[in-house]
Ligand binder design. Structure first.
Ligand SMILES: *Cc1c(COP(=O)(O)O)cnc(C)c1O
Length: 413
């Protein structure tokens, strides 16, 4: 005869083959003896052990809970759910997206190792590889996002890691994950993919050959702009064998409260990503037809240079971030036009974030890319006339009406 506890735990085990939408709602630790239907929020630093021998065993094998820097039931539920959604054996949660990359570097690399990274990744990622870890003797070559020959040519015998992010911010350049995995593995290196923009609802890099998926869970995984969080997903050997011991020592452990918020966010991820991508496509098409707009950057448009690849790799959706250029004769005039469109909005948030249900409008040249020199920015293709939108869940006509306030009142160029 099974005990009540055995039946409770057995009941929480999902049948084989349930679909990603179901995993997003259901994958987690079994409920406690109280049978809570919404996963519990365990705000506790320590765990009372039944006796000294059990305590000794738990500290030795690290499977059960001892101290929340090493593991917590709410954080564990988030890790289980995210791993299931990415098709990974395991996941590990961190305080922010950046600390997930910090953990990846500390776990994988040592002085003398070499990294190949896209030149178009998130700005702090460039700083972490190119500046902070250069101090410790880890060298990084930055290459062109979409040029496979450039990635291949940068490989060295000491190359241990390739790091990619797709699509990029704000130009939405898409790289070929399967091709990069081929280049990495031919050189005995691993491929890590920052999957923040697409999330597993659209793109599952591990199924395309990547070895590690990194997330800024701060963005779409939370989905409502509430908490900072990050994660790495990969094999049991990589995540629990290599990353977990480093995290336990270093302590970039996610707070249970933030983990709980993201865990709840994941339940609506598929719906949000589909709806926000559909809205972004509608806004991109609307912008492309406006005479004031010189160019729209969005992978869902047939005119995007990697449109076919993006549709194959991203479940047929473009994601929710797009950018557009306002043309002018000088950088100063272009900036004035971009500022006019941004300042004329009354619904959108002027902020530098993405992944929220609230649409956000950003001027990349003076915010996310503000620390580059004008020459570096020009080389990166991010002009003063560029505006980025992270499309949320307001009515799509209210988003385009809001953009029209500025576009319709621009002084003639
Ligand atoms: C925001 C972001 C990060 C960093 O995440 P934080 O949670 O802010 O540390 C990394 N990569 C991408 C693509 C991001 O958008």
């Amino acid at each position: 005869m099974e005990s009540d506890e055995e039946r409770r735990i057995a009941r929480a085990r999902l049948p084989e083959g349930v679909r990603p939408e179901t995993l997003a709602v259901r994958a987690a630790l079994a409920p406690s003896q109280h049978g809570e239907n919404s996963e519990g929020l365990f705000l506790t630093s320590a765990y009372v052990q039944p006796d000294a021998a059990t305590s000794a065993k738990r500290f030795a094998d690290m499977l059960d809970f001892t101290y929340s820097r090493t593991s917590n039931p709410t954080v564990r539920s988030l890790e289980m759910r995210l791993a299931a959604m990415e098709g990974a054996e395991a996941a590990i949660a961190t305080t922010t997206g950046m600390s997930a990359i910090l953990l990846l570097i500390m776990g994988l690399l040592k002085a003398g190792d070499h990294v190949v990274c896209s030149r178009s990744v998130f700005g702090s990622t460039i700083g972490l590889f190119g500046k902070e870890f250069a101090k410790f003797g880890v060298e990084t070559s930055f290459v062109a996002q979409t040029d496979l020959a450039d990635w291949r040519a940068a490989m060295r015998p000491t190359t241990k890691l390739l790091f990619a992010e797709t699509p990029t911010n704000p130009l939405t350049d898409v790289c070929d994950i399967a091709a990069l995995a081929g280049i990495a593995h031919a050189g005995g290196a691993l491929l890590a993919v920052d999957n923040t923009f697409c999330t597993p609802a659209l793109q599952r890099p591990l199924s395309l050959g990547a070895d590690v998926v990194m997330h800024a869970a701060t963005k779409y995984l939370d989905g409502q702009g509430r908490v900072m969080a990050g994660a790495l997903c990969g094999s049991e050997a990589l995540i629990n064998g290599i990353m977990a011991p480093v995290l336990r020592t270093v302590g970039m452990t996610l707070s249970p409260f933030n983990a709980w918020v993201v865990l709840k966010g994941l339940e609506t991820l598929h719906l949000r990503m589909k709806a926000q991508s559909d809205q972004a496509l509608a806004v991109a098409r609307w912008l492309a037809a406006r005479p004031e707009v010189a160019r729209v950057y969005y992978p869902g448009l047939a005119t995007h240079p990697q449109h076919d690849l993006a549709m194959r790799q991203q479940s047929g959706l473009g994601g929710a971030v797009l950018s557009f250029d306002l043309q002018a004769d000088t950088p100063e005039a272009a900036r004035a036009r971009a500022f006019h469109v941004i300042d004329s909005t009354r619904v959108l948030s002027i902020a530098t974030n993405l992944g929220d249900t609230k649409s956000i409008i950003t001027h990349p040249a003076t915010t996310s890319h503000g620390r580059l020199s004008e020459t570096q920015r020009q080389a990166a293709g991010i002009g003063q006339g560029m505006v980025r939108l992270a499309v949320g869940l307001e009515h799509v006509d209210d988003i385009t009406d809001d953009l029209l306030r500025g576009l319709a009142t621009l002084p003639t160029a």
